[in-house]
Design a protein. Structure first.
Length: 248
């Protein structure tokens, strides 16, 4: 099987959420904001490719953000064992800086991907990222670049490889309703553990409905590549992804 990098986060994040600082403690230091959430998805897709063999995944997140713009996050998800050396969990640690100027928000930082129980193989790696988003009325457009410098975890047998992922996203809220719409287009340049062959494109269209701290979403996800899992499923085939989440 051709190795391919997948992304997932949950178990550790759920544990953190269960021990999160109470609201009274947050109010004691108004410069720090704590947020988190838990989401159940019908399929965990990382840049268009299923990390769960087109099955359900449970995901969690926790973020501490300072009023200066600095923040730290943890994101966790269940994954299938074909993703990375038999690991059944992906854990992402994120440190970044976010600043808004008028209607434009710049966000830059570093992602650390870790796969507990990956059988001792080199699976963890760092990925710097930067994004620029601009909001106009109910709509927001966002451009993102993620670049992984050459690292052992991305190797597909020809030495250390790097990877570049470029993406554009469009979000729009329907005024007077709890409904939001979103569209995504991304391209991953390779070859590396994060691509199908040399490179591939992924895209999605979806919508969501929010009520208080609950949200329900549905998206259509597809790519122009093929990745066949050990169970003979095509992890990059078009499909619908449903989600239900709660935020704290």
């Amino acid at each position: 099987m051709r190795r391919i990098k997948f992304k997932a986060p949950l178990t550790a994040a759920v544990a953190l959420l269960s021990t999160a600082m109470p609201a009274s403690a947050q109010e004691a230091d108004s410069k720090v904001t704590l947020t988190g959430g838990v989401t159940l998805v019908s399929d965990y897709r990382f840049r268009g490719i299923s990390q769960t063999d087109r099955r359900f995944a449970l995901q969690g997140s926790f973020t501490a953000a300072h009023s200066s713009g600095f923040y730290g996050s943890i994101w966790d998800s269940s994954i299938d064992d074909y993703v990375y050396g038999g690991a059944d969990q992906e854990l992402d640690l994120i440190a970044g800086y976010r600043r808004t100027f008028g209607g434009t928000t710049v966000d830059a930082g570093l992602l650390y991907y870790y796969y507990p129980g990956s059988g001792g193989i080199s699976s963890e790696f760092f990925e710097p990222f930067v994004s620029v988003a601009h909001t106009l009325g109910p709509a927001t457009a966002k451009l993102t670049a993620n670049y992984v410098p050459k690292q052992r975890a991305l190797s597909i047998g020809a030495g250390n490889e790097d990877n570049l992922y470029l993406a554009g996203d469009l979000f729009a809220a329907i005024p007077g309703t709890p409904i939001g719409l979103n569209a995504h287009l991304g391209h991953s340049f390779g070859p590396s553990y994060l691509t199908i062959g040399d490179e591939y494109t992924d895209w999605s269209l979806g919508g969501s409905v929010a009520w208080k701290n609950l949200s329900v979403g549905l998206s259509y996800v597809d790519t122009d590549g093929d990745f066949i899992t050990p169970s003979r499923r095509n992890a990059s085939k078009a499909g619908l992804v449903a989600s239900v989440g709660v935020s704290f």
